[in-house]
Design a protein around this ligand. Structure first.
Ligand code: GTP
Ligand code: MG
Length: 289
């Protein structure tokens, strides 16, 4: 007999919840310019958190990845950005704190590093039915920055069509294609303008449909670092545009073996703490003492 959990709750959310989401969608899309602070507080109550797979990392993030916001993880290669993206695809499907029911995921892959087999081993860790887990993740490969932007139309349409069913959108990585498409020095202003359009679209989607958005980002040498005596002379790319669009930014760095260290880089309401986690066969997990 199969003992795997079936995740049957993903399709059915209550009509009251759908109404709430629709109400917010109308407000966000501009039919009503102002909300009272009380209405806004009500709206914020529908926010949820998705576990990262590591309790310590969740604590660092104030309980997990927040909905109605863009969270960004940046770090050098092999620091776990893609592994975290994969783990979230599974943990987003699990019921969580404050009545979070779990939901489906859309994954936009710009670097061709999405591996469904990774989802299988992560599903095993949580004792979930592999096929059911894979079936709940919609995957798209983006080939150009323009294509990446266009895919957001599909994302919004899907979120609209299946209101309340999708809880997470992953873009791994947000900048890779922009880096390729706008590589000339003279193209930076153009790049930032296109990037700003895309990020504002993402922001709107996250609020309108109450979903969490997780983006990953690369790093580059900071030419100003030697002047300011920074300990780590690298910074995330995307400039101020990306810095302002991401609600929470975490920087990832390597530790010993499979350990990684996450640090809050920029957040409106979180202290600048650190957390250590591990990359395991079952995805992101707590570091063993
Ligand atoms: P870039 O995209 O290259 O910038 O790197 P990234 O930050 O996305 O790195 P990624 O998330 O791909 O992490 C790679 C790390 O995860 C490597 O150190 C791998 O050894 C580790 N890793 C990948 N799969 C597994 C696995 O199944 N088990 C374990 N224990 N580690 C894994
Ligand atoms: Mg990666």
């Amino acid at each position: 007999m199969c003992t795997k959990k079936k995740l049957c709750n993903i399709k059915g959310i209550s009509e009251a919840k759908v109404d709430k989401i629709k109400e917010v969608a109308v407000k966000v899309s501009g039919d009503k310019a102002f909300l009272t602070a009380l209405e806004y507080a009500e709206q914020r109550k529908t926010c949820f958190r998705i576990s990262t797979g590591s309790h310590d990392l969740d604590m660092l993030l104030g309980g997990g990845l927040e909905s109605m916001a863009i969270s960004e993880a940046f770090g050098e290669f092999r620091t776990g950005k893609t592994q975290l993206s994969h783990t979230l695809c599974v943990t987003a499907q699990l019921p969580g704190a404050n009545g979070y029911t779990g939901g489906k995921v859309i994954f936009i892959d710009t670097e061709n590093t999405f591996r469904p087999d990774r989802l299988r081993s992560i599903a095993d860790r949580f004792n979930l039915d592999q096929e059911a887990v894979l079936d709940n993740v919609l995957y798209a490969r983006a080939y150009t920055s323009e294509h990446q932007f266009e895919l957001l139309d599909f994302v919004a349409a899907k979120f609209h069509e299946e209101m309340g069913v999708f809880k997470l959108l992953v873009v791994d990585s947000i900048m890779a294609l922009f880096r390729v498409d706008f590589s000339g020095r003279g193209e930076l202003a153009d790049r930032q303008q296109k990037l700003a359009q895309m990020l504002s679209r993402l922001q709107k989607i996250s609020e309108e449909y109450n979903v969490a958005i997780f983006i990953t980002n690369q790093m580059t040498a900071d030419p100003g670092a030697t002047m300011s005596f920074q300990a780590d002379p690298k910074k995330p790319i995307g400039g101020h545009i990306l810095a302002h669009a991401s609600t929470t930014r975490i920087s990832l760095r390597k530790g010993r073996g499979e350990l990684r260290i996450a640090k809050i880089y920029d957040s409106p309401d979180l202290p600048e703490n650190e957390a250590t986690f591990a990359i395991t066969g079952g995805g992101i997990a707590d570091a063993k003492e």
